[in-house]
Design a protein around this ligand. Structure first.
Ligand code: SAM
Length: 286
């Protein structure tokens, strides 16, 4: 049996769907702690009931976590043991808890991880995209302009990109991914992992964007979207495009330079146009 230490915060991962994924150690900790801090106490009460547990509970969510922090710290300093859980998966991964954790570290107080499910890692493990280097980007901004700006900042990253998204925003997100990264990058959408309607959609960004607008099932439930990083081939293609544009832009109007560059490189017009307008600002035109 896991020995619970007084004055310690346990950060406990819980299932992302399938209740069978909770670890025996997580159950042992949740059985014994003095208090469970839950993102949504009703949701966690159901989970505890399923395992025949009942512990004192308090809510800790994004709207109260700063106010709650000092009283939690005080309980711990008095010697209580506390578990932090979220609605699903690993706390602090796109979930509440960061201010409390930072405070605990400032005060040099003990924190113990009880690891387990995490949608990002589960998706990476089955997507078939490179996993040796990846970057977790969580949720993209919901406003289109801000979302595209964030994506631009990731366009040159060679690591696999991992995003969280809800089904109802998937089509818009894939459209923006195509716009910024081009339609050819390999990608995956992992939907409802570990649940009844678990599915994995694989293909190029353009194919997935098309599929998402015609397949309503793809837009249901919880999703992880993964996109391969920028490849060396893509990098070389961009160099070729820059070389072509740097010759054409000083001697032709923008629209003609774009048209010719598309014909010479075989790249999509919106990609060429975007790069041409960026370069246009920097080039000394006659
Ligand atoms: N802390 C959680 C974790 O460890 O994965 C993530 C919490 S975040 C608020 C919720 C998002 O995680 C969802 O919108 C979805 O993008 C992703 N997610 C959670 N469960 C999932 C599942 N079963 N299948 C696919 N994505 C999931």
């Amino acid at each position: 049996m896991q020995q619970i230490l007084p004055g310690t915060l346990y950060v406990v991962a819980t299932p992302i769907g399938n209740l069978g994924d909770i670890s025996p150690r997580a159950v042992e900790v949740l059985t014994q702690v003095d208090l469970v801090l839950a993102e949504d106490t009703r949701h966690t009460a159901q989970l505890l009931r399923h395992f025949g547990l009942s512990r004192p509970m308090q809510s800790l969510h994004e709207h109260n976590e700063r106010q709650k922090m000092e009283s939690v710290v005080q309980r711990l300093q008095e010697g209580q043991s506390i578990a932090l859980v979220s609605d699903a998966g690993t706390p602090l991964v796109s979930d509440p808890g960061f201010p409390l954790l930072r405070r605990m570290r400032e005060l040099n107080m003990p924190v113990v991880a009880v690891p387990g499910p995490c949608a990002a890692i589960a998706a990476l493990s089955v997507a078939g995209l490179p996993t040796d280097r990846f970057v977790f980007e969580g949720f993209l901004p919901s406003r289109r302009g801000a979302r595209q700006t964030r994506l631009q900042s990731l366009a040159a990253d060679a690591r696999t990109l991992v995003f969280y998204e809800s089904g109802k925003r998937l089509a818009d997100m894939l459209e923006d991914l195509c716009l910024v990264f081009g339609p050819l990058r390999e990608a995956a959408v992992a939907r409802e992992l570990t649940k009844l309607y678990e599915s994995l959609y694989r293909g190029r960004l353009g194919e997935l964007a098309q599929q998402s607008s015609s397949d309503p099932n793809m837009q249901r439930g919880e999703l992880v979207v993964l996109v391969e990083g920028r490849s060396i081939a893509e990098e070389e293609q961009d160099h070729d495009l820059d070389r072509v544009l740097s010759v054409l832009l000083p001697v032709l109007p923008l629209s003609q330079a774009v048209k010719l560059a598309c014909a010479l490189t075989g790249l999509a017009r919106n990609q060429v146009y975007k790069r041409a307008t960026d370069l246009h600002k920097d080039i000394d035109l006659p």
